[in-house]
Ligand binder design. Structure first.
Ligand code: ATP
Ligand code: MG
Length: 138
């Protein structure tokens, strides 16, 4: 059994897509074992996306991620890291496959509705960034 971190980004929350994203996860047999809504400070967003700190889009991305509330979730399931990434679709919505969350709802490469961890190591870091062990149901 694997775990991953999912975030419904500020654009997804603002546009009323919380239910739609969760519906797609549950429909694909992904179990939500932790969930909360929060509004990151700029510093929290910069810490979360620290791997991207040298990228040209870092300031814009972290400003966006701290521009409104997000929903953070711990997802559990077999191969759930990859499974969630497949449901999300490619980073750039114009390149995302049909039927994916980003293809169906994202408006641009930055405001792309969802985040998902990309490997077991990043999943562990990202889950620990937002959740303590009492906030994840067994
Ligand atoms: P995420 O990590 O959010 O799940 P991802 O793994 O598909 O997305 P990354 O390369 O990790 O993509 O980029 C992190 C986020 O930074 C993207 O989801 C997007 O919001 C933003 N981003 C990535 N590339 C660009 C870009 N070229 N211009 C603007 N924003 C970008
Ligand atoms: Mg990423």
């Amino acid at each position: 059994m694997e775990r991953t971190l999912s975030i419904i980004k500020p654009d997804g929350v603002t546009r009323g897509l919380i239910g739609e994203v969760i519906r797609r996860l549950e429909k694909n047999d992904i179990r939500i074992v932790g969930m909360k809504m929060l509004w990151m400070t700029r510093e929290q967003a910069r810490g979360f996306y620290a791997v991207h700190r040298e990228r040209p889009f870092f300031d814009s991305l972290t400003n966006f991620m701290s521009s409104g509330p997000v929903v953070v979730m711990v997802l559990e399931g077999e191969n759930v890291i990859e499974k969630n990434r497949t449901l999300m679709g490619a980073t750039d919505p114009t390149k995302a496959a049909e039927g994916t969350i980003r293809r169906d709802f994202a408006t641009e490469i930055e405001k792309n509705v969802v985040h998902g961890s990309d490997a077991p190591e990043t999943a562990a870091f990202e889950i620990g960034y937002f959740f303590n062990r009492f906030e994840i149901v067994a």
